[in-house]
Design a protein around this ligand. Structure first.
Ligand SMILES: [Zn+2]
Ligand SMILES: [Zn+2]
Length: 365
């Protein structure tokens, strides 16, 4: 197995931006669409995807920096890498990284087929959505086939005819002179927009475009463990293409909404809990919130403010895995301002009692 840094041609202290740039460059070079049937290029393309999947993830990267390939193995990460190309495309174009990256793959793969435009939108997700993988239904506006002409673009029964601009090839070739001799310049035909056919009698409803803008409902499940900045691609749910070409994709970006109680750090969650002074001293049971409702938590005797108690597997699920993060409960001592006269008396007595106590004196000087 080659070194991940060598594969991408970056150094250990390269920024995430540089790593992404480097990966994009290597992936472009060995992209299967550019190297059809080339097994060596395919291997390099897979290697680069694997290297990037590790180096782009700070946690995996630091594991790799410390322990090399063994660190990635031991972490439950699939070290055998990506088995096939579809694996790579689904991993990197469906749920990954920041904007623009998906375009690169979509653009790369669709260069030889005309299709409709991709639609992009972002939706807010709560920590509860992220944890349970909620089902969502969203309303979007997109181009679909015109109802009046069934997408043909022709007024009732009018058949498309062969374009005279390109004789139906969809391309216009021009010879140009250059320093290197004659160069053939191939361009998409303007007259038929590359389709090779034109509409003799355009549909009045859609002006021959064959498309109309309509509302659509899209249902999907939020992938459990997703983070803000991640996105997923719904294939074929974007705008329908012109002249009956396939629809583009719908790309949904996720924006994480700040939670009123919990703070998330990767798959772990932190929450503050307050205990009374007697509970801190003697121990006891308290109720703490989790993403799935309240649970009882045993507080050990003599706990200090700021100390954390861990509830295993009560955090967030890890993306694309069955593992769960933990919930950390930070203990705070509740100091009440409004207390009864009797309580004041008791605390005064406690204070003088503690002042006699040598253990307390050590700290108060
Ligand atoms: Zn129409
Ligand atoms: Zn044409």
């Amino acid at each position: 197995m080659n070194d991940f840094y060598d594969i991408l041609g970056v150094s250990k202290d390269s920024s995430q931006g540089d790593i992404k740039k480097a990966y994009r460059k290597v992936a472009m070079k060995y992209h299967p669409d550019r190297n059809p049937g080339n097994k060596e290029a395919e291997t390099k393309f897979k290697e680069a995807a694997e290297a990037y999947s590790v180096l782009s993830d700070n946690q995996k990267k630091s594991q790799y920096d410390q322990f090399g390939h063994a660190g990635i193995n031991g972490n439950g990460y699939n070290a055998s890498g990506f088995s096939d190309l579809n694996d790579i495309f689904s991993n990197f174009s469906d749920i990954f990284g920041s904007s623009g990256f998906g375009d690169f793959f979509n653009g790369g793969r669709s260069s030889h087929q005309r299709k409709g435009k991709d639609l992009k939108l972002s939706i807010p997700v709560t920590l509860e959505d992220v944890s349970s993988g909620s089902d969502k239904t969203i309303k979007i506006k997109r181009y679909e086939s015109c109802e009046s002409c069934q997408g043909s673009g022709g007024e009732k029964g009018a058949q498309p005819i062969t374009c005279t601009g390109c004789n139906g090839s969809g391309e216009v070739r021009r010879m140009q002179r250059s320093l290197f001799g004659q160069v053939v310049n191939v361009q998409s035909c303007q007259n038929c927009k590359g389709s090779g056919k034109v509409i003799s009698k355009p549909c009045r409803k859609c002006n021959g475009e064959g498309l109309s803008r309509v509302s659509a409902s899209i249902s999907f499940q939020i992938p459990p463990g997703i983070s803000g900045g991640n996105y997923m691609t719904q294939r074929g749910e974007g705008n329908k293409g012109p002249n009956g070409t396939p629809a583009g994709d719908l790309i949904i970006y996720f924006e994480e909404v700040e939670h009123s109680l919990f703070v998330r750090d990767n798959n772990d969650i932190f929450v503050d809990a307050f205990v009374s002074y007697p509970v801190a001293v003697f121990g006891g049971q308290i109720e703490v919130p989790t993403l799935e409702g309240k649970v009882r938590l045993k507080v050990p005797a003599g706990i200090r403010p700021g100390q954390m108690l861990r509830l295993r597997n009560k955090g967030c699920p890890e993306l694309n895995s069955h593992r769960m993060g933990d919930l950390f409960v930070r203990i705070n001592i509740h100091i009440s301002k409004n207390i009864s006269k009797k309580a004041k008396e008791l605390i005064k007595n406690l204070e003088s009692e503690l002042n006699e106590n040598s253990d307390f004196k050590k700290f108060s000087g």
